[in-house]
Design a protein around this ligand. Structure first.
Ligand code: NAD
Length: 463
């Protein structure tokens, strides 16, 4: 682990499984409460100096970005080993981490003058909060860590990061690599089980919790933060709908729909998780998606040419298997795939499900895996109502030849990002967050940076 700029050993360890083989890949340190206290104390001690010098922070973030670019394949290999994604995607994730660090290195924190007259000079400025506790999930451990780290550090905070117990190794490596460019205590990385996350949210040092993960855990985090009135940003689950309009061309949209549903093997908070298709296009859309699903190569992410890896962990593999089996038992048709792939590892066939009964859990819940339900509709208003009829509200998309009309429909979706003729088009400068149970607050862009600050008014009286 990285505590106060140094390597810290833990007394205990836990297994990290390679999802491509189902076997133990490595041991990761299991932090004790005392070590968490040390990490928090180091972050607290580093804060006064770190918040002082904005230019030093910019330089450090740029240097951190360069390290990500230079060492992307080395760190990517670790990511593939623990997460399962193909090496190319893993390497690109590390490059993405560099892109986010670089973007924030250049961002300005505004100082707004709201009064300048004979009576007073009044400014509104943004101040760092102190220590940030950052907690991340297993689907994009490195990228999502930098979505927190980069803005938190630029704003002048210090950070203690805890990755998911399924994917601790890449974050441990991140801590080690960044020791070269960040002062001791500014960025600490501790690993352990879910208990460690709960200890962090109940700890009295952090002033802010930045959490990405499931809705259920997000609610626990919010409850744990409440007694101490810690600030929280919650990036939670999604059940993103894609609605095709009647002028959509299945041959044109199928590849993009498939790409946005199956990216990272469907393990993306804002992947397309259900598709609504007008009756007249239904057969063609299902067949085009099924053909695509049958054509892709699934395998160990370290092998050449593999496009999709395994599901990351056994509970998630079992959940996806169960949701698909239940849909099939209720009369759905597997136009492609439909079952686990024999052999070691948590592999599942890329699956397209058609003709689903109302009330299918794979439509109503977040599946977070390589299985996509395609739902028929006859009336557009009804499709919009079904798309919105959920506690989730992360993102959604509308597809059609008339972009104006599609944009009008997209505006009726109750979600943080509504795309037109695309999906999953994320960028560092766009705020990303969810309506309803999909989250509180946003990440990315200046808005994400503001989430790591408190507003302060400086009022100088001229009297
Ligand atoms: P999870 O909620 O199980 O775990 C997330 C993190 O929380 C892990 O580090 C875990 O150890 C920690 N944790 C567990 N219990 C805790 C507690 N009581 N207190 C504090 N921390 C605790 O989620 P997961 O299964 O790792 O990730 C998948 C979920 O994340 C999906 O629902 C997905 O949609 C969501 N997600 C959301 C976004 C987004 O930006 N909105 C991005 C990626 C993933």
């Amino acid at each position: 682990m990285t505590i106060d700029g140094r390597s810290a050993e833990a007394l205990g360890t836990f297994d990290v499984i390679n999802p491509a083989t189902g076997e133990v890949a490595e041991q990761a340190p299991d932090a004790s409460r005392e070590q968490l206290d040390q990490a928090m104390a180091a972050a607290q001690a580093a804060f006064p100096e770190w918040r002082r010098d904005k230019e030093a922070r910019r330089k450090a973030l740029l240097a951190a970005a360069d390290l990500m670019f230079a060492r992307s394949e080395e760190i990517g290999r670790i990511l593939t080993l623990e997460q399962g994604k193909p090496l190319h995607d893993a390497t690109m994730e590390v490059v993405g981490a560099g892109v986010w660090l670089k973007y924030y290195a250049r961002l300005e924190l505004p100082r707004e003058i709201i009064q300048d007259d004979g009576a007073a000079f009044v400014e509104v400025v943004r101040r760092p909060m102190g220590v940030v506790a950052a907690i991340t999930p297993w689907n994009y451990p490195l990228l999502l860590a930098t979505w927190k780290l980069a803005p938190a550090l630029l704003a002048g905070n210090t950070v203690v990061l805890k990755p998911s117990p399924y994917t601790p190794l890449s974050s441990l490596k991140l801590g080690e690599v960044l020791r070269d460019v960040l002062p001791p205590g500014v960025f600490n990385v501790v690993t352990g089980g879910n208990d460690l996350g709960a200890w962090m949210t109940a700890h009295d040092v952090p002033r802010k919790i930045s959490f990405t993960g499931s809705v259920a855990t997000g609610k626990r985090v919010a409850a744990a933060a409440a007694p101490d009135l810690k600030r929280v940003t919650l990036e939670l689950g999604g059940n993103d709908p894609a609605i095709l309009l009647d002028d959509a061309d299945p041959a044109v949209v199928a590849d993009k729909l498939f790409g946005a549903a199956f990216q990272n093997n469907g393990q993306v908070c804002s992947a397309i998780k259900r598709v609504y298709v007008p009756e007249g296009l239904y057969g063609d859309v299902v067949e085009a998606l099924a053909a695509k699903a049958r054509s892709v190569k699934v395998g160990n992410g370290l092998e050449e040419g593999v496009q999709y890896g395994p599901i990351n962990n056994r509970p998630q593999y079992e959940r996806v298997s169960e949701l698909v089996a239940e849909a099939l038992a209720k009369g759905a048709r597997a136009a492609a795939g439909g079952k686990p792939i024999d052999g070691p590892g948590y592999f599942f066939e890329p699956t397209i499900l058609a003709d689903l009964a109302d009330g299918s859990r794979i439509v109503d819940e977040e599946q977070f895996g390589p299985a996509l339900p395609i739902v028929k509709y006859t009336d557009l208003d009804e499709a919009v109502a079904r798309a919105n009829g959920t506690h989730f509200g992360l993102s959604g998309s509308v597809w059609g030849a008339d972009a104006e009309r599609a944009a009008e429909v997209a505006g009726r979706l109750e979600c943080g990002t509504a795309w037109v003729n695309t999906h999953l088009a994320l960028a560092p400068n766009q705020p990303f967050g969810g309506f309803k149970w999909s989250g509180v607050g946003v990440e990315n862009g200046p808005w994400g940076l503001y989430g790591f600050t408190e507003l302060q008014v400086i009022h100088r009286s001229r009297l």
